[in-house]
Write a protein of this length. Structure first.
Lengths: 300, 260
């Protein structure tokens, strides 16, 4: 009897100890949760709620409807076009580079060099990147000048302009391609040598192998990463701002101008503009996560 | 087989041209300040500019503050999630991914509305609290990379055994945290820290909208008003980024990047 009681109290001590521990754990995690709430969740919620309110604070859907006025719609449209172009370009070129580095049977030093450089280039964005491209392909840039001098070819006479849609997409490729390489290289590593050998034994050539084995396995990573690149370009602002000032009307630059000086003359429309951006990047990321889950089935 | 290797070389060659040409062009452009001859005058002007020194110092301090605040927030969280609260893991991981989903400009827009000078917590009202708000915004930006790096670092060590050993020796939670866990994930924190530094040092959007005298807005000012100095600054920024990545490789040597 006495022993049992002792055991019981032991258990009580144990239970209290456990609660104490997970209580401590909660205390340890609490600062993070409070921080996330204050500096991530609440500010975003404020904008989302504001998007559904009019000037007096009543519920309305007018702000969302106003997003479809021509000037705002065209800003979204240019942003989407630049992001799609740079994402697809980055994905295709990045795929070939990653393939060359991982499976191209090139000298051993190529791969680490490529990966390190991609780590640097994917972080070399923003204003310095804009300056670099102005010095390269701007009106007095080195490549522009050399082409005129040696080939008597002025790229600006063909209608090309660095401060335009194509110029911006070309500049974005500088961080999009490396990002593609960094994400795709591990996926390419996951393609087992045996699959290629098995297909070769069954009489498949290189085309058959890619068409029926490699691409069906890789497509979720390829498509998912492309979508990720899209979201990456869509939220970017500094590169575009450094390149074109505010002359190219993409949605991040419009939002920047709205925050600085209420150019839309309606605070709540500004919130709706932000909500539209969150919806687009949020949706792309959701698709990316879903596709990544699919790709992990084979590439483990 | 020979053909595929030719294709691989071709891809590498085209990639090299696309990535190296802008660097050469930028460097060449930065030397053109003096008419008719190459010189490093643009670098001398930039490095001698007191606004360069002040803004670069300011951003360096911001980066260091971001790394400290980030590590203090992320390490205990990742530790307790791993050890005691695995049920919270999906929530915490979702939160750490949010900064990659919500564009930076949207986050700072929210700050300006929620913490303006007439709000319940007027963080933008004074210089000191604005600096703090910028640090917090950078912590948010760095969160995905910092969390990944630390969580990977914790996976490599036996957290449970280390904790129990420390407990048996009579250590309290602060001792365990600062004398056992932090030293063991030092390498992971460092690799997250250098990535954070590379992101924060030239950051433009948040610093500009919070109206702080950081390096990013200085770059913008020079870019809008000068011809050759921006190229010199781009080269300097590229070197800083290289240095950060080189240090990550040096300390980290973890497979793949901390990035997703």
């Amino acid at each position: 009897m006495a022993q049992e009681a002792e055991l019981g109290s032991d258990r009580a001590v144990l239970v209290r100890f456990r609660i104490g521990q997970s209580g401590w754990a909660m205390v340890g995690v609490a600062p993070f949760l409070v921080f996330a709430l204050m500096f991530l969740v609440l500010p975003t919620m404020y904008l989302i709620v504001g998007a559904f309110r009019d000037g007096e604070g009543n519920f309305t859907l007018n702000n969302l409807g106003d997003l479809f006025q021509p000037s705002i719609r065209s800003a979204y449209w240019i942003s989407i076009k630049v992001s799609v172009a740079s994402a697809i370009g980055g994905a295709v070129i990045g795929f070939f580079l990653a393939y060359a580095g991982v499976m191209g049977s090139l000298p051993n030093w190529i791969r680490p060099t490529l990966m390190t450089f991609c780590g640097v280039a994917s972080n070399f964005a923003g204003l310095p990147l804009a300056f670099a491209f102005l010095a390269t392909l701007g009106r007095t840039g080195l490549v522009t000048a050399l082409l005129i001098k040696y080939f008597d070819f002025n790229i600006y006479s063909t209608g090309f302009n660095l401060l335009s849609f194509w110029g911006l997409a070309l500049t974005y490729l500088y961080f999009q391609i490396p990002l593609m390489v960094l994400i795709l290289a591990p996926a390419l590593d996951g393609l087992k040598r045996e699959w290629r050998e098995a297909s070769a034994i069954l009489g498949a050539n290189s085309f058959h192998y890619w068409r029926y084995v490699a691409l069906p396995i890789l497509w979720p990573s390829l498509l998912g990463t492309t979508i990720l690149l899209f979201a990456n370009a869509f939220g970017a602002i500094a590169t575009a701002y450094g390149l074109t000032g505010s002359s190219l009307n993409i949605v991040t630059i419009l939002l920047y101008a709205q925050i600085r000086g209420d150019v839309l003359h309606n605070q709540n429309l500004g919130y709706a503009l932000a909500l539209g951006m969150i919806l687009i990047t949020g949706l792309s990321n959701a698709v990316y996560i879903w596709l990544r889950g699919r790709s992990e089935r084979w590439l483990r | 087989m020979k053909q595929s290797r030719f294709g691989a070389w071709l891809a590498i060659a085209i990639g090299t041209v696309y990535f190296v040409l802008p660097l050469i062009a930028t460097f060449e452009f930065s030397l053109r300040l003096r008419r008719g001859e190459y010189s490093f005058d643009a670098y001398a002007i930039v490095l001698g500019d007191p606004r360069f020194q002040e803004s670069f110092l300011y951003s360096t301090i911001q980066a260091v503050a971001t790394i400290i605040v980030g590590a203090l927030l992320v390490v205990p969280t990742a530790y307790f999630i791993r050890l005691r609260l695995p049920r919270l893991r999906p929530i915490v991981e979702f939160i750490t991914l949010l900064p990659l989903v919500i564009p930076a400009i949207v986050i700072v827009f929210g700050y300006l509305r929620l913490y303006n000078s007439s709000s319940w917590l007027p963080l933008t009202a004074t210089t000191r609290t604005s600096d703090l708000l910028l640090t917090f915004s950078y912590v948010v930006l760095a969160l995905p990379y910092m969390y990944r790096a630390v969580d990977t670092g914790l996976r490599a060590i036996d957290v449970r055994t280390l904790t129990e050993a420390a407990e048996n020796l009579g250590a309290g939670w602060t001792t365990i945290m600062f004398k056992v866990i932090f030293p063991n994930v030092k390498v992971a924190i460092l690799s997250g820290a250098f990535l954070t530094f590379a992101i924060v040092i030239g950051e433009f959007t948040m610093a500009s909208l919070l109206d702080r005298p950081a390096f990013g807005p200085y770059l913008q000012l020079i870019g809008a008003n000068r011809a050759y100095e921006p190229s010199a600054l781009a080269i300097i920024a590229f070197i800083v980024t290289w240095a950060c990545m080189g240090l990550i490789n040096l300390f980290g040597r973890t497979p793949a990047m901390a990035k997703r």
